[in-house]
Design a protein. Sequence first.
Length: 647
Amino acid sequence: MNILPDTSVVVDGRVSEQCVAPEARREGGEAAEADADADPDSAAAGEGFAGATVYVPEAVVGELEAQANDGRRRGWDGLEELQRLADMHEDGTISVEYVGRRPAETEQPEAGEGKADAIIRDLADEYDATLVTSDVVQSEVARAKGLDVLYLEPHGRDVERLDLEEFFDESTMSVHLRVGLEPMAKRGSVGEMTYGRVGDERMTEAAVKSLAHDVEESARASPEGFVELDEPGMTIVQFRDLRIAIARPPFSDAMEITAVRPVVETELDDYEYADELRERLAERQRGVLISGSPGAGKSTFAQAVAGYLADEGFAVKTMEKPRDLQVDERVTQYTELGGRMDKTADSLLMVRPDYTVYDEVRKTDDFEVFADMRLAGVGMVGVVHATRGIDALQRLIGRVELGLIPQIVDTVVYIEAGEIETVYDVATEVKVPEGLMEEDLARPVITITDFETGRPAYEIYTFNRQVVTVPLGDAESEESGTERLAKQEVEREIRSIARGHVEVQIRDPNTAVVYVEDDDISQVIGKGGGRISDVENRLGIDIDVRTFSDKPGGRSGSGGSGGPGGASGPGDSGGGEVVTPEITSRHVLIPMEGYEGDTVEMQADDDYLFTATVSRGGEVQVSRGSAIAEELERAIDRGKTITVVPS
């Protein structure tokens, strides 16, 4: 008897399984299973392969080797089966011959398109062998071509419990297993998780590989699981309520398994503002961003929203990569189509959902897809990482047109420790921004209102060609956002005219006082006051220009003394702080820890360089190639002391 297996039965281990003697298989209870699985029209059905000549196509070997080199478990399983067949050849159970050719390098990627299958069918015909396969398409094509075919059903099994579930208890959200380390887990309630050991013995490579093999085989064999992603170095499996990521070198520096599951299931009624949110969501399709830090309970709340919408009779779908949400069976979960979410969106528009839950919205492409679907009339609920509610909305700035933001997102929900911390209502109105008075400064303003108090919390608008977000009400600092913004703009305008030191004081929303050097005042005011009038018209604020001799107390930070520009000289203690800039390939970085959000003046020895606002990360970045950066680098090269003075 001659048989020729294809890749599907080799990977499944079905060839060696059928090579034992029929008596032994009957004693082991396998004969009945083989007879049930086999094609009843085949002469080989139920007879087993003992004593047969097994022709192994080189095309199969090449495919398995390529998969193993890519780190895929299927490849290793198939190579292990070939070793078992080699052992049976040695003890005389069967005869094994390798035949045919390997597909060329250009053909290998097209194996899924039928080229490798065609080579295997041609070999079965050439060697007058029965083609053994677990691939339905392969069996039907071979039978249509007149070949003798033995179709064996792929192995399937019910999996009661994965081996790695021994590391879970009722309070465990995630388990983290890495070669060389003790097993770790996150346990507790939402927002109050602790990360600690759940075992004393370090995980060996063999143990981690065994657990990974159990996960992958269970997912492929059980209807309760599927492989979400299988790339070289990374496999992601969804099995029941577990999402399991298996990382392998060289993608990771050591083999690692991370298994995550939801620890709570909630309903919308479990949250504050439930009645208001129900009414809001049911009124019409909305654009909602659910924001919060990792582990805060964003996805749990999104699941509750999806369940409520399904209960209300809305057609609800999800867009996820990987599919992670635990939702009602009425909610169909979609992932990337052809590796792209925009293709998924195109398909969903044909399905016509009322609401789509998008988990997670992170990259620019994600925000663009979210916006496109929302503008097409689909209600959208997006899950976004953010440390404040306003940060979620700001991530849309620059990715979509500013005026479209309220049409895309009209509700922002911020989650902290599993509870709704803040809800914002987002709308647009044409008005004079808060803190400005001139009527001709009216413009479209995005108002972000606190849902609980009904008071405006932020305004977003364009000011002098810049998009600004201004906090209202309880200011985030002693100086209001509007005052801070106005001060920066006045400073920028005056510094473009004056050569020496400049200081600005905002007296009220309509008036600023500017202090300059004696020899700069005529330059700043201009002939007949024309230059300062131009600045006032551009900024919409009255500016009173004075010299430092008129300023009570003298210059800021220097007590009225010091070198030009008002800074203390090197070694003085008059307010200048010495810093050491770092020059990278793209930026000059100036560390300013402790000054986050402050406006500071940069000086080289006694010479003024520029004024900047310190970032949240506690540094000032200057792009190399700019005039400011070149001047700063020249000062560094000349050994000048770089100091900063708060403005």
